[in-house]
Design a protein around this ligand. Structure first.
Ligand SMILES: [Zn+2]
Ligand SMILES: [Zn+2]
Length: 360
């Protein structure tokens, strides 16, 4: 197949509230990269924050220290597609025509954390759609090391959420959840749901999910929550009763709401684990006295480890209805600015995807 050249449509971030779907050159894949024809591409809270309050991570005002990218950026770090060019071949046996999901984060493979297998903490980490051009476009040139083949029995809409599910799976691993554990998970939005799916895939645990009453909690019950508890005045007492005097082995904070970590401290068992996922906008106060005397582990989690989390994520999507439950709609690229506005306003309960091959 000859290399694809010419121009393409892409959703380009220029600044706060300014994302334009415009015509740009098709990128050229170099050795070590594949040119991927994008078939599904998603947006998440990170993109919505950049749209509403950025640029924060996006290298618009100054060059990114690792990628060197400076200026308008093609968005999209959650994407799947078909390999259409593979100039240097692939160490992992990928070939032209393969359908692949991208882990988006490109690690150097040589620094200390990379050698320890913690590639998400690479000293030279670069993420497509956050630090270099991404996949909200017809084509993207991606490092082959971040691509994973999509199983034949996994449909494209489901595969479209493989990257955020890998983030949830990584969070679930970081929580050290084990069979028989009592778990409390705060947050049943997209991130919370991916963590729930990760927990359910790793252990046979008793999982209580907390969020505002409604469809999100109904979905949590369908996806493996043992029980759900709506946020209301009686929340603290209800949770105390559920975890009992001993407390919960694992408490996961995935909302970022202020004051929530304090409640986690209140619920966690001696020797248990609190996992911080949500990003509170201000520093939070914690009862360190109690934490120390109870030998509680406070863990955090960021992104995912490509080699560890992407393939299992695709397997989960192939054998469960998680994709159907979460994907609300698939649009053409022209809809990106409008859907970013909706996401930033909290109007999207699950995920929306974009299919750049659609002309309208
Ligand atoms: Zn994301
Ligand atoms: Zn590295």
């Amino acid at each position: 197949m000859p290399a694809v050249t010419g121009t393409m449509r892409a959703a380009v971030y220029h600044g706060r509230g300014d994302v334009r779907v415009e015509t740009v050159p098709v990128p050229i894949a170099v050795e070590g990269q594949a040119l991927v024809r994008v078939l599904r591409s998603g947006i998440c809270g990170t993109d919505a924050t950049e749209y509403k309050a950025g640029p924060i991570m996006f290298p618009i005002d100054r060059p990114h220290p690792h990628s060197g990218h400076h200026g308008p950026l093609i968005m999209g770090h959650e994407f799947v597609g078909e390999i259409v060019d593979l100039p240097g071949g692939s160490d992992s046996g990928l070939v032209i025509g393969d359908h692949v999901a991208s882990g988006a984060g490109v690690a150097c493979g040589e620094c200390l954390r990379c050698r320890q297998g913690r590639t998400n903490l690479c000293e030279h980490y670069v993420t497509h759609g956050l630090n270099i051009d991404g996949g909200l476009a017809e084509y993207v040139a991606v490092a082959t090391s971040t691509l994973v083949r999509i199983p034949a029995d996994c449909d494209l809409d489901a595969a479209g959420v493989a990257q955020p599910l890998a983030v949830g799976l990584h969070a679930a691993r970081r929580s050290t959840v084990a069979d028989g554990d009592r778990v409390v998970l705060f947050g049943a939005g997209a991130i919370g749901t991916f963590i729930l799916a990760g927990l359910a895939s790793l252990a046979d645990a008793d999982i209580t999910v907390v969020d505002f009453a409604g469809e999100r909690l109904d979905r949590a019950l369908r996806l493996g929550a043992t029980r759900v508890v709506p946020v209301d005045d009686g929340l603290k007492d209800a949770l105390r009763e559920i975890v009992g005097p001993v407390g919960a082995d694992v408490v996961i904070e995935a909302t970022g709401a202020p004051g929530q970590l304090e409640l986690c401290v209140d619920l966690v068992r001696q020797g248990g684990t609190i996992l911080g996922v949500g990003l509170p906008s201000k520093p939070q106060e914690l009862d360190v006295h109690h934490l120390v005397l109870s030998e509680v582990t406070i863990a955090t989690t960021v992104a995912h480890v490509c080699g560890e989390d992407m393939a299992p994520s695709l397997e989960i999507l192939a054998r469960t209805n998680l994709g159907d439950e979460l994907v609300e709609a698939v649009f053409g690229l022209d809809e990106v600015p409008h859907q970013l506005t909706r996401l930033a306003a909290g109007e999207i309960r699950g995920k929306v995807l974009f299919d750049p091959t659609r002309t309208s």
